[in-house]
Write a protein that binds this ligand. Structure first.
Ligand code: IRO
Length: 313
């Protein structure tokens, strides 16, 4: 099958990329993504200043029994905005698009970073993270509709170019409606990435009767198989409610099957997190081959032919 995809006005070799935060914190990882089969890539969400993040253990893969997944409370460790801006200025955009993810600790920090990104005049695509669940004392902007509205207004007037947002999962129709109503008031919000990890889950080790991770009494963001149905719901909910925006799907993708489901639900690109963390950048070619085989089997030549075509009963 032909996996080439149009994202906004950009031709992309294929719809598969990494999820922000996974395999994208330092130059060596970014270079590995650039050399991988991924059709696009995104940098680790960054703050204005470098951050160490939370104490370890702060990431655990859950693969002892089914389902496969992960829990993390990294706490936004990153090299600082200037580091990722430097990478964005030396990235080969002919090879593949680069997204830059920002997660400022304050609105001012976000606006300062956006100003520099705008003046740097790089083709990098801005993904504003509204959903980091792991900074102690910081709640997720995506769950505070008023501050989300304010941030989108400020970023729109500051950046004055199309950008996107990374949303937390929502679990109520009224929340899908309210979030979409806000997003639709900002035409510069060109894309919406659903979902970030399901925040503040708790995984317990039976033998030791202890939490698996250290920060926040063991509460952390859930990824992997656990979140696929919620991810698909959020992709489809915003696909239905935001007809003028592009949806990027993220959550529970570990093979061509889940990638196909995300596209069927309305996603244009799909992001891989937990499975990339565990398998490494070789996963992209595997998922692409699996997706292509499923499309061939079903008789779809391009992703365009089935994107958003989920049937209801
Ligand atoms: O703890 C993190 O660094 C983190 N972890 C996540 O699961 N999602 C996020 O957006 C972030 I910024």
């Amino acid at each position: 099958a032909d996996l080439t995809t149009q994202f906004l006005d950009l031709p992309v070799k294929n719809p598969v990329m990494n999820a922000a935060g996974v395999w994208c914190s330092v130059a060596s990882q970014l270079e590995a993504l650039a050399e991988s089969a991924a059709g696009a890539m995104v940098t680790k969400s960054c703050t204005l200043q470098p951050r160490d993040g939370n104490p370890e253990p702060r990431y655990r893969v859950l693969d002892g029994d089914k389902p496969f997944g992960s829990i993390n409370s990294m706490g936004l460790p990153n090299e600082g905005f200037a580091y990722y801006l430097r990478y964005a200025q030396r990235h080969d955009y002919e090879e593949k698009p680069l997204f830059v993810s920002l997660s400022g600790l304050t609105l001012d920090d976000n606006l300062t970073m956006i100003d520099s990104l705008k003046d740097a005049v790089t083709p990098a695509i801005l993904e504003v993270n509204l959903s980091c669940p792991n900074v102690p004392g910081k709640s997720q902007i995506g769950y505070d509709f008023e501050s989300m509205d304010t941030l989108l207004a400020e970023v729109s007037s500051g950046y004055q170019r199309p950008f996107g947002v990374k949303l937390p999962p929502y679990f109520d129709m009224a929340h899908f409606d309210e979030a979409a109503e806000i997003l639709n008031r900002y035409p510069l919000v060109a894309f919406v990435t659903c979902i970030n990890s399901i925040g503040n889950a708790l995984v317990i080790d039976l033998a030791s009767e202890t939490t698996l991770i250290k920060p926040k009494d063991g509460f952390g963001g859930l990824g992997g198989d656990y979140v696929l149905p919620t991810a698909l719901a959020n992709v489809n909910a915003f696909y239905r409610r935001c007809p003028n925006k592009t949806i990027i799907g993220c959550g529970g993708i570990k093979s061509g099957r889940e990638a196909f489901m995300h596209i069927l639900a309305g996603a244009t690109l799909v992001q891989i997190g937990t499975s990339l963390y565990e398998e490494g950048p070789g996963i992209f070619q595997r998922v692409l081959d699996e997706l292509s085989a499923i499309m061939d089997e079903k008789g779809y030549a391009t992703t365009e032919e089935f994107r958003g075509k989920l049937k209801t009963l």
